[in-house]
Design a binder for this molecule. Structure first.
Ligand code: PXP
Length: 243
């Protein structure tokens, strides 16, 4: 079963545009869960341009599904997640000024740093996932960091899918199989949407969780949040087609 974690960053972007509390990020998180989302993801950035550090603290007691906090492991980020102790922390390598996550970890270059960071998080009972390019040859090095899972960075799949369809998932399927063979759990995310999600989960084995934000929140402007979450959930676990 592929679980859907809804990334609510964009709700915070909208709230921050006016400085008040509308829409209410905490209420939206609760609503996403009541509409069937199996997790809530947030990505606090150092400039707090969407999710603020306080949001992460406030969300912790409210999230009753899985709470996933993404971010670059700066000292401030690590202090926050040690305080909050979410179920999962997803480590991303992007610099503070990045518009959005734009690359996976170089697990060879940063092996020692990741190893130490992963161990510190796991000592606090937090599951760790590291953001990775779909490169099967990197999965052994990823496993050497001690991480529990990897998250496949799906931007290139989303980019190529409109032209080449299922072929765009090939490197992801290979990377996922390699990760699974090394004992790693596999998550995926970035630019997944109503058009490309079904093929991705059909083509890529072992995916445990997808985290989806931008497209899902945009779709909810047209379909409403409840309908949209239902549509994504249906695509996460499509019925097996008869031959
Ligand atoms: N995974 C990571 C590591 C991310 O940084 C993001 C965006 O915050 C996502 C998944 C979700 O991407 P999108 O908003 O395109 O669905």
């Amino acid at each position: 079963m592929v679980r859907l974690s809804v990334n609510i960053n964009k709700i915070a972007t909208l709230r921050n545009a006016r400085g008040g509390n509308m829409p209410n990020v905490l209420q939206v998180a609760k609503d996403c869960e009541s509409f069937g989302a199996q997790g809530i993801t947030v990505h606090p950035r150092p400039d707090e341009r969407h999710i603020k550090y306080k949001d992460v603290l406030d969300l912790k007691p409210l999230v009753s599904t899985e709470f996933n906090v993404e971010g670059y492991p700066s000292p401030d980020f690590l202090d926050l997640v040690f305080k909050v102790k979410p179920h999962q922390v997803t480590l991303v390598p992007d610099p503070p000024e990045a518009l959005t996550s734009n690359a996976g970890w170089d697990v060879v270059k940063y092996r020692d740093f990741l190893k130490e960071t992963v161990a510190r998080l796991q000592n606090e009972g937090i599951r760790v996932s590291i953001f990775m390019e779909p490169d099967a040859s990197l999965m052994e090095s990823a496993a050497e960091t001690g991480t529990d899972r990897i998250e496949l960075y799906t931007e290139s799949y989303a980019k190529h899918f409109p032209e080449i369809g299922a072929e765009a998932a090939k490197a992801f399927a290979d990377a996922s199989k390699a990760a699974h063979a090394c004992g790693l759990g596999v998550n995926a995310g970035h630019d997944l949407n109503l058009d490309n999600l079904k093929t991705f989960v059909q083509e890529v084995p072992h995916v445990l969780e997808v985290s989806i934000g931008h497209a899902l929140i945009c779709d909810s402007l047209y379909y409403g949040l409840q309908n949209t979450i239902g549509m994504y959930l249906a695509l996460c676990n499509p019925p097996t087609e008869l031959p």
